[in-house]
Ligand binder design. Sequence first.
Ligand code: ZN
Length: 200
Amino acid sequence: MTKQSADYELLTTPDPRLRRKSTKVHEIDDEVRDIVAKMNRACIEWEKTHEHELSAAMAAPQLGFNRRIIVVREDMSDKANANFIALINPEVIKTEGKIDYDYEGCLSVPAIYGKVPRPSKARIKATLLDGAEVRLKPAGFLARTLLHEIDHLDGILFIDHIKDDPQAFYRLDDKGDLIPLDYEKHIKGNKALFPDDDEA
Ligand SMILES: [Zn+2]
C-alpha cells in the first residue's frame, strides 16, 4: 500500500489541527516548496482510491502544516492533468456577485458532501512559488474552490457554513451519486464535526 510509504499525513475531522489558524509565509524556501510537493502528491494519491472524485485543491493545514499555502488543480475538468498551482498567502480582497449553492466535499471531511452557499465571484491576491504576486478574479466553481481552501487557513470547514441546514448534507453512493444524508442521525450535535458546539 502506498499509505505506509507516504511522508505526509492527511488529517481528517475531528483532528483539532484542522481548526487552527495558519501563519503567514514570510519566505518561500525549501520548506515551503517541500510542503507544496507533499500537497500535490497527497491530492493525486487520494484520487487513486476515490474513483468518482477529483482532488480540486488542498490547503496546507490538511497535512498538518499550519502555513498559509494552498494548491489548486491547473485544469479541474481533466483528471489526467496532475498539475497544481500553489498560492502562497492567498487573501480574499472582496467577494461579489450573487450567492450560489453548489456541492462541496473535502479530503479532510470523509464521506460527507454539502450544498454550500458562496459568493459567485471573488477578488483574491496571492504569491506564486517563484515570488510573483498575482491578482485573481475567479468566478463560479473556481471562486468556490479558492474560498473553500482559504477558509481552511482560518480553521473553517465547509460544514461550518451549513451546520444548521438539515437539507444541505449529502453522501456519495457506490455509483458516485449524491444522496441526502439523515441530518438528525449523522450531523446534528456531531462532536467529531463540530467540536465547539458547546459554546453555542
Ligand atoms: Zn477542504
